[in-house]
Write a protein that binds this ligand. Structure first.
Ligand code: NIG
Ligand code: FE
Length: 421
């Protein structure tokens, strides 16, 4: 049988981190089992991976005569990062809140005073769809340059039907004009607009917005939090979404323990996010259901909040994923920086954090069969780090280690090679 022709071959990697897991999230004892191959190579044909292994193994399996060849000597090859929790679409900024937060003003007090999310809502309502698309394209490009090839994007800065749909349409339009795959989440229930009670607004979300979000989003999310949406309201909103095919995910137990983790398990949500105050019982229920815990350490840093107990989730057998939580309160596009934070404040190991930023994040978006690992048959989303091993992601922070990014088999980022020494 003739060998398949590769279009792109990456070889000589000092470390290739396959995160091979047969399309499943990694959890428990396997949470950091990321399949490291020394002198690694990966062969790609078109959009797909056709061989992964040592250079010798890969060259035996494929014909690379016509392939573009990348020499990854001294470098690390990884799956493209999956950022599974972002609030991609908004207008304006909130740099003034840094000072308030450092003076000890709580997040919910800023919100109650009409700042925080409500400030961004005013700015987003006033923006045109094309302004939102331009902002998002810039953000997606920065994310791509930091190795992120798949992004979840929530709405939630409209809080009225027209603006929520404008936001979802902006995310779709930005995705079409970018290399990144964007997964839309409807988060109309992100805060209560100043003009309505939370009950009246919850009804607008279920009766008016969700039917219109059906063709515009894949997931439905809710900010389940004391003084925002109660457990009952959150359940009602997520069930209304589920009924028409929007899969539930949830901002749970972020500022107070309200039983959000338990609700996620009850509704068979694919994931629950934040979880700083999740109960032991909530963790147990999530483990039973295989609900992914999406942890967001950049939010702890930017809001001066405590951090989630990643070790407790891992020990309970819950798959842990990481996201940036990119939003105007937490302006962070970088998954490598998120990994560095997770390895300090969440006490994750570098290999656990890499799995959390790739295959487990993909699982939280129902895409672990297609992205999040370097395995034959999967989409060729690959990053090359200018670092000899994956531990540098945790170790060296505040710089961009990403040298090359491949999305669906195409080179979409190629940084200048730095001169040695
Ligand atoms: O995930 N907690 C609610 N939502 C965002 C913050 C949004 C904002 O402050 O603009 C979060 O942290
Ligand atoms: Fe969020």
């Amino acid at each position: 049988m003739p060998k398949p022709n590769a279009t792109l071959l990456i070889q000589n990697a000092s470390e290739l981190v396959s995160v091979a897991s047969q399309g499943k999230a990694l959890s428990g004892k396997n949470a950091g089992n990321v399949g490291i191959i020394q002198d690694g190579a990966i062969a790609i044909a078109g959009e797909k991976i056709i061989a992964v292994g040592t250079k010798a193994q890969v060259l035996k399996q494929v014909d690379a005569t016509d392939a573009e060849i990348i020499d990854a000597s001294g470098k690390t090859v990884l799956p493209g990062f999956v950022d599974c929790h972002t609030h991609l679409i908004f207008a304006g900024s909130r740099e003034d809140e840094v000072e308030l937060k450092s003076k000890g003003v709580p997040y919910l007090d800023i919100l109650k005073a009409g700042g925080g999310i409500l400030k961004t809502v005013r700015q987003t309502r006033a923006a045109t769809q094309s302004q939102l698309v331009e902002n998002a394209k810039k953000t997606l490009r920065t994310m791509l340059e930091h190795g992120t090839t798949t992004v979840e994007a929530k709405s939630g800065y409209g809080l009225d039907t027209k603006t929520e749909m404008k936001i979802l349409d902006a995310a779709t339009a930005a995705a079409k004009q970018s290399s990144t795959e964007v997964v839309n989440t409807f988060l109309g229930a992100h805060a209560v607009p100043q003009e309505l009670t939370s009950e009246a607004y919850a009804k607008t979300v279920t009766d008016d917005m969700i039917p219109q979000a059906r063709t515009r989003a894949e997931y439905c999310d809710v900010f389940c939090e004391k003084d925002v949406f109660s457990i009952d309201q959150s359940r009602r909103i997520l069930l209304a979404g589920k009924k028409i095919g929007l899969k539930p995910r949830i901002h749970a137990d972020q500022l107070h323990g309200t039983g959000g983790a338990e609700l996620a398990a009850e509704l068979n949500a694919v994931c629950a996010d934040h979880l700083i105050h999740a109960s032991q019982n909530g963790m147990k229920k999530m483990a039973e259901r295989g609900t992914v815990a999406v942890l967001l350490p950049a939010t702890g840093l930017s809001s001066l909040l405590p951090y989630a107990d990643a070790r407790a989730f891992i020990e309970a057998g819950v798959p842990v994923a990481l996201g940036t939580d990119f939003n105007p309160n937490c302006w962070c596009e970088s998954m490598p920086f998120t990994i560095a934070l997770a390895c300090r404040y969440l006490k994750m190991t570098p290999s656990e954090a890499v799995a959390a930023a790739t295959i487990n994040a993909a699982a939280s978006l129902d895409r672990a069969d297609r992205v999040g690992s370097l395995e034959v048959g999967k989409q060729a989303d690959v990053v090359i780090l200018d670092a000899p091993n994956h531990k540098f992601l945790a170790y060296q922070f505040g710089v961009n280690h990403i040298q090359t990014v491949v999305k669906k088999g195409k080179i979409v980022v190629r940084q200048e090679q730095r001169e040695k020494g």
